[in-house]
Design a protein around this ligand. Structure first.
Ligand SMILES: Cc1cc2nc3c(=O)[nH]c(=O)nc-3n(C[C@H](O)[C@H](O)[C@H](O)COP(=O)(O)OP(=O)(O)OC[C@H]3O[C@@H](n4cnc5c(N)ncnc54)[C@H](O)[C@@H]3O)c2cc1C
Length: 509
């Protein structure tokens, strides 16, 4: 296994795509590049020297600082975890990639695959047989699959297919002491007393009290999963690496739809766009896979690259649908007309991948160029509160623009309209603007919690913090309170008593 102590090798792992947090190279001693489960267990058993703090790194596309090694110590880069161990009865699919040879296993009935954590979603999609696919589709497909399990990532198609969690059948996890747990959905469930009990490869048994909070009834990736009678595997999915390192994943596969169609409809008002989306939501069972929103400011950003976007377009909705359902396609176009569509563009999803992806990327690169950092929400609210939330976003935009009048947009609102999950991005040009934006952000986040929504529907909370009553506290405290954080810490303390893995994610101590 490669281990590098050179500062220049460490540098790329000190931040992530949020550009919000940066670790000091001086407190990070080395980067491990494990290639398999045994390498991981060796690192954590101390075969390469003491490991008081270890932060796992995927592709670094996270936007919450979750892979940033703020506590120093060692980095465990998952980029060479590319090969699943062969198994009888599974077909091996191999590919050569710049970082080495990759291998996944596919079940003979094509319903499942066993994959190593370091392969990217792009790689996975290329390697899978053409008749099947893995539905979770975070916009950033250079993310590693292990990280997407660690963050319970979602994407546009979550509207139809559900989040990553729904597609995970089994996991192999290495605990902080180097011991391992193999878990399969349906095998171990929490007892009525709110505890979950399980054993490890070495025979050690654990009795873990589950967090006492109730999770919001919306798409959610904030905090450890906790629900009566829950499955053990769900405790680890979305745990942001604080409980263990995922070394192997068994995923479910779905038959690849024979045809998909994407349509982007442009409207002269946001109300028309939202009314159109309401019509589409009820067509989910008829093959509507994704409903994505772009507000007027998003379109202004995108106009720089796509000159066909006219000034008169005040909102757009991108819908993805199964292309073989003619009646559904007819209903989409009828509804477009009913809501006074100005223009619409249709085609296969590949024609629009760049269109969708260009927005978050250009927002991120604008922020980097202006030496600012991203302040973006990841809120989802129950349907009943969505109209109020839209009003709150508009008011925040107006307040920001009124306080700091200048050319250019102040906020950008886009995202997963199907799930009432939009990303409200503050575009702050300088420190005072950012300070003001943070105040607006906090006000919005409190509203979301009061509405029974989530402060993180897909990104996780990572090392984000927030100021409450003049105190800088973990972001998650806003949703689950001090008691919720204590419950999460209690789970971590049982599985990782010395706080070795991904310290600072979700909770600080
Ligand atoms: C332009 C853009 C668009 C995005 N769109 C979406 C989107 O639509 N939906 C969405 O959900 N996210 C989105 N993201 C966020 C990001 O892509 C996801 O959070 C993704 O899961 C991160 O993957 P990564 O490999 O880059 O992980 P990293 O950022 O490197 O790490 C993420 C977390 O996973 C942990 N981790 C990594 N590997 C393991 C492992 N094997 N075991 C345990 N923990 C591990 C890390 O320690 C860290 O806590 C977007 C990001 C960008 C920049």
């Amino acid at each position: 296994m490669r281990v590098i102590e050179d500062k220049s090798a460490i540098e790329p792992y000190l931040s992530d795509e949020s550009n919000a947090l940066k670790a000091s190279p001086d407190c990070v001693s080395r980067v491990f590049y494990p290639e398999n489960h045994i390498d991981l267990t060796s690192i954590l058993r101390g075969d390469y020297g003491g490991t008081s703090n270890c932060t796992m790194s995927g592709a670094g596309t996270g936007v919450t600082g979750s892979r940033v090694p703020l506590c120093g110590g060692s980095i465990i880069s998952m980029e060479r975890m590319l090969c699943a161990a062969p198994r009888e009865g599974w077909d091996m699919i191999k590919a050569e990639y710049p970082a080495g040879r990759a291998m996944i296993l596919v079940s003979q009935d094509r319903s499942a695959a066993i994959v190593p954590p370091g392969i990217t979603l792009d790689m996975l999609s290329e390697m899978l047989p053409q008749d099947v696919f893995y539905p979770p589709d975070p916009t950033e497909s250079s993310a590693q699959i292990g990280s997407t399990v660690a963050t319970n990532a979602s994407g546009a198609r979550t509207f139809y297919y559900g989040p990553t969690r729904d597609w995970i059948r089994a996991l192999m996890v290495v605990l902080a002491n180097g011991d391992s747990i193999r878990m399969r959905r349906g095998k171990i469930r929490a007892s009525d007393d709110g505890h979950i009990r399980f054993g490890t490869a070495s025979g050690q048994t654990y009795d873990v009290p589950l967090p006492s909070y109730s999770m919001p009834q919306v798409k959610n990736a904030a905090g450890l999963y906790a629900s009566p009678g829950m499955d053990l595997i769900d405790l680890f999915i979305g745990s942001e690496g604080i409980l263990g390192i995922i070394s192997e994943i068994e995923i479910k596969l779905a038959p690849r739809p024979s045809e998909l169609i994407t349509d982007v409809a442009f409207f002269g008002s946001e109300a028309d766009a939202l009314g159109y989306a309401d019509d589409l939501r009820v067509l989910r069972e008829e093959g509507i896979i994704a409903i994505e929103h772009f507000d007027a400011n998003s379109l202004a950003f995108m106009r720089e690259k796509e000159t066909r976007i006219k000034e008169s377009f005040r909102a757009a909705v991108m819908v993805e649908a199964l292309g073989d359902r003619e009646s559904t396609i007819d209903k989409i176009f009828e509804s477009c007309e009913a809501h006074s569509v100005i223009d619409d563009w249709s085609g296969p999803p590949s024609d629009f991948k760049e269109f969708r992806h260009s927005l978050p990327e250009s927002v991120n690169s604008y922020l980097r160029q202006h030496d600012s950092h991203k302040l973006a929400t990841d809120f989802a609210v129950p349907a009943a509160h969505f109209p109020e939330m839209m009003v709150a976003y508009r008011e925040a935009d107006e307040a920001f623009a009124a306080k700091f009048p200048r050319p250019g947009v102040h906020t950008v609102l886009f995202g997963h309209l199907g799930d009432y999950h939009l990303h409200f991005n503050f575009i702050a040009a300088n420190g005072p603007e950012m300070a003001f934006a943070k105040g607006l952000y906090l006000g919005l986040a409190k509203k979301v919690v009061a509405f029974g929504g989530t402060i993180s529907a897909e990104h996780g909370v990572g090392k984000k913090s927030i100021e409450i009553d003049g105190r800088d506290v973990p972001y998650l405290q806003l949703m689950y309170g001090e008691r919720g954080l204590a419950d999460i810490s209690a789970v971590k303390r049982i599985l990782d008593p010395d706080f070795v893995l991904n310290v600072g994610n979700m909770v600080r101590e």
